[in-house]
Design a protein. Structure first.
Length: 174
């Protein structure tokens, strides 16, 4: 049987319920499982949720910020008052923080990703999103252990948004 996991499959009218990030996470889990060899046992580990958050990062950018003073980074001066967008997805691929940052390593330990931001700007819904992701992954692995992406990974269409990142739909078969 072939079905499409779409934005309506895992959605909620209430953004506080975490679904805007959970749906993209679940679709990304399924897509990455097809692309990388991941056993069901490895996918069920808590580290798998953290690594998938780092690798697929449902949020592209942090909330907009403004420079409080002139600051120079890598020979570029950002003037006081300028809009600054931190690209979380890039930070999560930083080779000074992660060994092999462009590889999905489902058993990665010490995964200090920024998928939910950090400090005062840390996402209040992070524990719920993690829990929803873990439940969804465990449920999919348990109920559909032979689930496969029904199209080539290269043909998948990613949402084009400066804020949320995720697959538009994910055709799967089981």
């Amino acid at each position: 049987m072939t079905v499409r996991l779409s934005s309506n499959t895992f959605s909620s009218e209430d953004p506080a319920k975490g679904a805007p990030c959970t749906g993209p996470l679940v679709r990304a889990v399924s897509a990455q499982t097809a692309r990388h060899s991941c056993s069901g046992a490895a996918r069920r580990r808590q580290s798998s949720v953290e690594e998938l958050l780092r690798y697929t990062n449902p949020l592209e950018t942090a909330t907009p910020r403004y420079a409080l003073e002139d600051v120079t980074i890598a020979d570029v001066t950002i003037p006081r008052g300028a809009l600054v967008l931190a690209v979380l997805a890039s930070a999560n691929r930083d080779s000074s923080q992660f060994d092999h940052p462009d590889r999905l390593i489902i058993t990665r330990e010490n995964n200090r990703h920024l998928a939910f931001g950090q400090g005062a700007h840390f996402c209040l819904g992070a524990p719920l999103a993690r829990l929803e992701g873990q439940i969804a992954i465990n449920t999919l692995v348990r109920r559909l252990p032979d689930m496969q992406v029904a199209v080539s990974v290269e043909s998948l269409h990613w949402r084009t948004s400066p804020v949320l990142r995720g697959l538009e739909t994910l055709p799967v078969r089981f």
